[in-house]
Design a protein around this ligand. Structure first.
Ligand code: BG6
Ligand code: MG
Length: 227
């Protein structure tokens, strides 16, 4: 029985990839090479330092650890200047309604994100209160596809991994969910995420009942919600 849902943040709850792109591209420009939208796809779900490694590999450049830390810091300062201005309107369509329906049904909700900026983003889009547990880049050691972030989420919620559904837009995130022995729902296209238990384009028009049917997994409702 499903008792909890764990949500990735970037690309599932909000579209922050565009801000990451602007900030990484600025760094690449400063270093003298081009960083494309296609390159940016490779950074989805990847930690900040790993993203920098990929970027430097694209540019064919090598730096010392202190230099890399300074670059990541600079990129983050620019990124934060964008997310600081985020508003609730930037929450992806249908997400808030879906979260509310889960809450009304007594299904527990956790965040499982690689981002160290997750608390600030949730505050800006005014969704912090929806989550029973928040596990983010500040509280994990291992990056996805390691299941640590989701296992911690389940532990904080007090549920077994096999009673959780993970919502993810990144390949590494779906892999992490599978390593954690959780149900996985890919947010995006079938071509990329087809190995998840279910793939949906987004939450717009999605109800908990529909999810339950398509996932072929029963939910344990502890409150009489509208589901
Ligand atoms: C993930 C994003 O959620 O968080 C990645 O998909 C990002 O693109 C990673 O690199 C780390 O984010 P932050 O905010 O800690 O730099
Ligand atoms: Mg993501």
């Amino acid at each position: 029985m499903i008792e909890a849902c764990i949500f990735d943040l970037d690309g599932v709850v909000v579209d922050t990839a565009k801000y990451h792109f602007i900030a990484w591209r600025a760094l690449a420009e400063e270093l003298g090479f081009e960083f494309t939208h296609q390159d940016n796809e490779r950074l989805k779900g990847v930690s900040r330092m790993q993203s920098l490694e990929i970027l430097l590999e694209i540019g064919g450049l090598q730096f010392s650890e202190p230099e890399k830390l300074a670059m990541a810091e600079k990129k983050n300062t620019l990124y934060v200047s964008y997310i600081e201005k985020m508003t609730p309107e930037e929450t992806l369509p249908g997400v808030e309604k879906f979260l509310q329906e889960l809450r009304d049904s007594g299904i527990k909700i956790a965040l499982g994100s690689a981002s160290k900026n997750a608390p600030m983003i949730l505050e800006r889009i005014q969704l912090s209160g929806m989550f029973d547990a928040i596990v983010d880049g500040n509280s994990i050691i291992e990056a996805k596809p390691n299941p640590e972030v989701f296992l911690k989420g389940a532990e904080e919620l007090g549920v077994l991994p096999e009673s959780c559904v993970v919502f993810e837009d990144a390949i590494a995130g779906i892999e992490a969910a599978q390593h954690a022995n959780m149900y996985s729902v890919g947010i995006g296209d079938l071509e990329t995420l087809g190995f998840a238990d279910l793939v949906i384009p987004g939450f717009d028009g999605y109800t908990v009942e529909r999810l339950m049917k398509e996932l072929k997994a029963p939910f344990l409702f502890s409150k009489s919600g509208k589901a």
